[in-house]
Write a protein that binds this ligand. Structure first.
Ligand code: NAD
Ligand code: TYD
Length: 359
């Protein structure tokens, strides 16, 4: 097993396996749990794909209650070893291939991680939790499983699944497996389906960090189609708080939608980004960088979440609206140019060129 130092000297109350903890959302969740719950041992299992970055967790990597394991959730032997060695009692499952455009060019890797990997993880949990109580498998999913929704409707927890991209089909499949394991093996589960996240440490292939990076370096801003598609944006720290709340106070067996009620057309959002960055950089013309490019195949028109269930049952509310969240996000990217520079050189640059401008 590829485990690092084993911190057996400390008596910890609960051992939690967080998968995908070196990624964007995962790193915020790991940090929250490591700092807020010193009585837990947090085992972060991550394959470190192009999207995984241990720099995201530099500030907590030396904490006594934190352990990083490099590995693949599709490796069942590794999972069984981890459950046994660390007596895992809770799983927060974030590891995934997460980018829609990549799922269009390489759907199989999405099936391998998002479906096969999730089922491996479910098998390990079923096996080790047979005679145990107080265990929880918390599966992190997306609102994209519901497909696209017309104005003024919202996705609720009972909206039928209608995934439209290979990414959302793989996440929908994983959600179905999680529910099937609840029904068949009585596995204690919670699922949450969240809207689009943004914030520090997001890989610059997603719309917001890509535009921040390109505005900063005065490169074109590729807007798919007419930029009329609508996404419902949530600051990543608000998602991490919802995950913390649901892990501790959510009703086992239930599904919860998480969203910020922040619906924006892509073009309006990118114009807002341009104006905030112009103010911060002392410029006036970043909007001129906008380029309308060929649309994404099967591009979902609109996502919009009804988050009443988590709000009414557990009192969760997002703390930041989009303007506030963007200010913080832009400041972070401007203060962490090195982080971005390392990611946007080499292989990534080639991928980016192929994806966005050579078509
Ligand atoms: P990300 O791509 O930034 O991070 C994914 C992490 O998973 C990376 O660290 C990667 O190395 C790791 N990983 C990938 N394959 C793995 C494997 N086979 N084994 C172990 N680790 C592996 O993704 P993200 O945006 O942080 O999303 C995290 C989760 O949240 C995903 O399940 C995603 O579907 C879900 N989600 C994301 C959003 C969003 O807007 N980003 C919204 C709702 C739900
Ligand atoms: P993205 O950040 O990839 O998230 P998702 O596809 O999961 O919603 O894209 C957000 C929206 O921005 C989506 O409608 C596609 C669009 N988009 C662009 O117009 N240009 C881009 O370069 C990217 C990456 C996305």
């Amino acid at each position: 097993m590829a485990a690092g130092n084993i911190k057996n000297t400390i008596v910890l109350e609960r051992n939690i396996l967080i998968t995908g903890g070196a990624g964007f959302i995962g790193s915020h969740v790991v940090r929250k749990f490591v700092l807020k719950y010193p009585q837990y041992r947090i085992v972060n299992l991550d394959k470190l794909t192009y999207a995984g970055n241990l720099e995201n967790l530099k500030d907590v990597e030396k904490r006594d209650n934190y352990l990083f394991v490099k590995g693949d959730i599709a490796d069942s032997k590794l999972l069984h070893d981890l459950f046994q060695e660390y007596s895992i009692k809770g799983v927060i499952h974030l590891a995934a291939e997460s980018h829609v455009d990549r799922s269009i060019s390489d759907p199989l890797s999405f099936i391998q991680t998002n479906v096969v990997g999730t089922v491996n993880l479910l098998n390990a949990a079923v096996h080790y939790w047979q005679s145990q109580t107080d265990c929880l498998f918390y599966h992190i999913s997306t609102d994209e499983v519901y497909g696209s929704i017309a104005v003024p409707d919202l996705f609720t927890e009972t909206t039928s699944y209608d995934p439209k991209s290979p990414y959302s089909a793989s996440k929908a499949s994983s959600d179905h497996f999680v529910r099937a394991y609840k029904n068949t093996y009585k596995l204690p589960i919670i699922i949450s389906n969240c809207s689009n996240n943004y914030g520090p440490c997001q890989f610059p292939e997603k719309l917001i960090p890509l535009c921040i990076h390109n505005i900063h370096s005065e490169k074109p801003l590729p807007i798919y189609g007419k930029g009329e598609n609508i996404r419902d944006w949530l600051y990543v720290e608000d998602h991490a708080s919802a995950i913390d709340l649901l892990f501790h106070e959510g009703t086992v067996g239930e599904t919860y939608n998480i969203g910020g009620d922040n619906q924006w057309k892509n073009i309006t959002l990118v114009r807002l980004l341009c104006s905030i960055m112009d103010r911060k950089l002392g410029r006036s013309n970043s909007e001129n960088l906008i380029e309308f490019v060929k649309d994404r195949p099967g591009h979902d028109a609109r996502y919009a979440i009804d988050a009443c269930k988590i709000q009414n049952e557990l009192g969760w509310r997002p703390r930041l609206d989009l303007e506030e969240g963007l200010e913080k996000t832009i400041d972070w990217y401007l203060e962490n140019e090195d982080w971005l520079e390392r990611l946007t050189s080499g292989q990534y640059q080639q991928y980016y060129q192929e994806q966005y401008f050579n078509r």
